[in-house]
Design a protein around this ligand. Structure first.
Ligand SMILES: [Zn+2]
Length: 345
């Protein structure tokens, strides 16, 4: 892996190259952009660039010296990262204190150190406060890189002490190239994943798991069933989320990815309802669009749009740590309301 293997992100790269060339690298950067687009890989390359012992030139790393190899293998003693404990929703104060302690120690291999905070969205007030001093005046020679998904989720105290670098979703071509490099070959699956990715190869790769596709089939069957069973589907979905493991964050992530699949199905239905399914981005998907036609025609454009909004709201609720079961029951009751008694025909 090297700078050349990073797809997209030309803007951040030139922003940091200018700083490196001018000898004005800030001591703390906040990398902001959606999950799974390569911010961590980018941070690793920057760490290598800072710690490389072969000095191959500004904004370059040799990828061969012991320092480069150790950074790549996550074993470099002067390059370390922190993330929340698996069962925690937040970066807690003890975890951050330990990170700050490591940062304060003398560097082992040279004069520089790189500390990466992987989930800067998840500071709480206490852990953020414990980090303010090192963030404002880090030990000499150290570089801090904080990874975040949105500016809105940052505490002002953190935000004001970092230089912000914005990362954008990748183009469909770049996502496709990353997926091919990861061995995704089936053309239909590839098209599908690119569309579901929203520019995030990480998201696409997470969805390239068979269980998601059988769950997607369950969603499609519910949307096309004459009498969908909202209660049964909620139970199936909760079970599917729980299969991600015991930890809340893993279950929430799986739930949000599955909501993304539901959104994609509803978008297809919306195109059908608009009557422009011929312009579908993936012509191979035509049979599915046809299957969704009765649902699309029964609901119409406005109701499908309302359902899409309900999905987005459910995503936000999951991210705000509302209980998964409650959110899914609310969403599915909205999507599949009990039928109103009809006049007999
Ligand atoms: Zn090197």
């Amino acid at each position: 892996m090297a700078w050349d293997s990073i797809r997209g992100h030309d803007g951040p790269r030139s922003q940091l190259a200018q700083a490196v060339q001018a000898g004005r690298l800030a001591h703390a950067y906040l990398f902001v952009g959606p999950e799974g687009i390569g911010k961590h890989r980018f941070a690793t390359e920057l760490a290598k660039t800072v710690l490389c012992e072969a000095s191959p030139g500004p904004m370059r790393a040799c990828d061969r010296c012991p320092a480069c190899i150790q950074v790549q293998a996550h074993t470099h003693p002067d390059c370390f990262s922190v993330r929340r404990a698996e069962d925690k929703n937040e970066l807690d104060v003890d975890t951050m204190r330990e990170f700050c302690h490591r940062l304060a120690l003398k560097s082992t291999r040279g004069s520089r150190k790189v500390g990466i905070v992987e989930e800067a969205d998840e500071f709480n007030v206490n852990s953020a406060n414990s980090f303010l001093k090192p963030l404002e005046e880090p030990p000499a020679g150290s570089l801090l890189i904080l990874l975040a998904t949105s500016l809105e989720r940052q505490l002002p105290t953190i935000l004001s002490r970092c230089q912000v670098v914005h990362f954008s979703p990748l183009t469909p071509e770049d996502v496709r190239a990353v997926l091919l490099a990861h061995g995704v070959q089936d053309p239909q699956r590839l098209n599908h994943l690119v569309r579901l990715s929203g520019g995030s190869p990480g998201r696409a790769l997470a969805l390239h798991e068979e269980s998601f596709w059988s769950f997607r089939q369950t969603l499609l069957e519910a949307l096309t069933a004459p009498r969908p069973d909202a209660v049964g589907l909620a139970a199936t979905w909760i079970k599917f989320a729980e299969e991600a493991g015991k930890q809340g964050p893993a279950q929430r992530r799986r739930t949000v990815l599955a909501i993304g699949m539901l959104i994609e199905l509803l978008q297809t239905a919306l195109r059908v309802a608009f009557g422009n399914d011929a312009e579908a981005p993936d012509p191979m998907n035509a049979p599915e669009a046809e299957r969704l036609r009765p649902f699309a025609e029964r609901l119409g454009v406005d109701s499908i749009a309302d359902n899409l909004e309900a999905c987005l709201e459910a995503e936000r609720q999951i991210e705000r740590y509302l209980q998964i079961g409650l959110v899914l029951e609310g969403l599915l009751n909205k999507l599949f309301p009990l039928p109103v008694p009809q006049r007999s025909r």
